[in-house]
Design a protein around this ligand. Sequence first.
Ligand SMILES: Cc1cc2nc3c(=O)[nH]c(=O)nc-3n(C[C@H](O)[C@H](O)[C@H](O)COP(=O)(O)OP(=O)(O)OC[C@H]3O[C@@H](n4cnc5c(N)ncnc54)[C@H](O)[C@@H]3O)c2cc1C
Length: 463
Amino acid sequence: MGDGICRDGGMRGNMFEKADIVIVGGGPAGLAAAAAACAEGIEAGRILIIERGGELGGILNQCIHNGFGLHTFKEELTGPEYAARYIGQVEEMGIPCLIDSIVADIRADADGKKRMTVMNRTEGLFEIEAGAVILAMGCRERPRGALNIPGYRPAGIYSAGTAQHYVNIEGRMPGKEVVILGSGDIGLIMARRMTLEGAKVKLVAELMPYSGGLKRNIVQCLDDYGIPLKLSHTVVDIDGKERVRGVTVAKVDENRRPVPGTEEYISCDTLLLSCGLIPENELSAGMGVDLNPATSGPIVNESMETNITGVFACGNVLHVHDLVDYVSEEAANAGRHAAAYIQSGAEGKAGKVRGDATGTDRIGSVEKGTIPREIKVKAANGIRYTVPSRIRLIHMQEEQLIRFRVKDIYKDVCLTVYFNDTVVMQLHKKIMAPGEMEQIKLKKRKLEEFEGLNEITLCIEKR
Ligand SMILES: Cc1cc2nc3c(=O)[nH]c(=O)nc-3n(C[C@H](O)[C@H](O)[C@H](O)COP(=O)(O)OP(=O)(O)OC[C@H]3O[C@@H](n4cnc5c(N)ncnc54)[C@H](O)[C@@H]3O)c2cc1C
């Protein structure tokens, strides 16, 4: 295999027939995973990033506002600046990238190899064999079709991400008078962006009684510009046949049903939808990766490894993140573990699917044939999910981060951690909201000391 970015999507002969680690997706997750695998000792030329777009950097390329990288670089960067740091690392390391190329399907074969069908304009369809695969395909926005808003299909309805692309990449304005449905971070950021570009954002309506976005984005993108946010409201009708002329917004009850008599007509020529992100897991599901219904992302262990040995997942394909810094951190973890998997020679011996409690016999201290003890991490009472959802002690680092989201707004509560039935940690939380990802750190020593530990439960309890 060669090095450098293959900008034309061509394969330069057959140089990409085989790789130790193939990373699907060249966004921040894929880039950080690749750099970490290389830093861990995998030869750069044995790693391959495959990206369906014409550029590396993923969705960050259209996020031209600042606020990225505060954790990772202690600086405030724009999305493209943040991506450029990782693209620079990957280029310096000489990791090959196949751009303008889409991975159409992946198989995990009984010999432990992963074989994928890739497609691009110059080569058509071709197969690449990998020892390990890192899934880093990101997520897509929930489309209008999934929202059931009545009315015609007039021009002027966009997902917030599409509008972001028009404004920031193509320099085109989707409209002049805007209503935004959904207060996720992309919707909030687009409220500010459209305002700065001269549009009048009349309202952000949110179905839930709380915003799905970060507090800092509500303050900086709505409050600072006097844009109203109506919680427990939705769009019940869209007026206009050729082009949007206005929308009707109504209050919703606790069952999220519109309350008759609360309708309000707002004239506008544009409706932006920011109603959630869906991890892109068609490839994962197609190869037999178990998905968590709460995240729509793969179920992973402490190594970011799915139920298929040698298949790792990170970034938004795993669970939707608010901060790209966490994406990079998690992806580096996946990259290091994929490298360890290859270095241990596990791929040649691994069976296709790992059962509940078994694991591969990789990484130095584990004797061949032993089954690493696996501890389940369970989300209960108010916690929507955890990542990871299994920990194998033998592979655990000295400290393990558990990331999670809550189901509702909770004020003045305890975040409680149980080891089996015993409370081992209680943290007082003034407020917890679904829009803010939470995390706790577990120490390996504590897990080792607890005899018979087989389940860790995170839950919310009254103080
Ligand atoms: C529209 C949108 C706007 C966003 N705006 C912000 C923001 O303003 N601020 C913020 O902090 N976060 C924002 N996010 C969240 C942001 O996505 C994450 O912080 C971060 O970019 C996730 O990184 P990732 O690498 O997991 O995914 P992405 O950046 O989405 O990268 C995934 C990459 O995988 C590629 N890919 C997917 N499937 C395949 C395939 N089959 N074959 C080959 N390549 C494939 C995609 O083309 C893409 O480049 C936004 C997300 C979206 C969807």
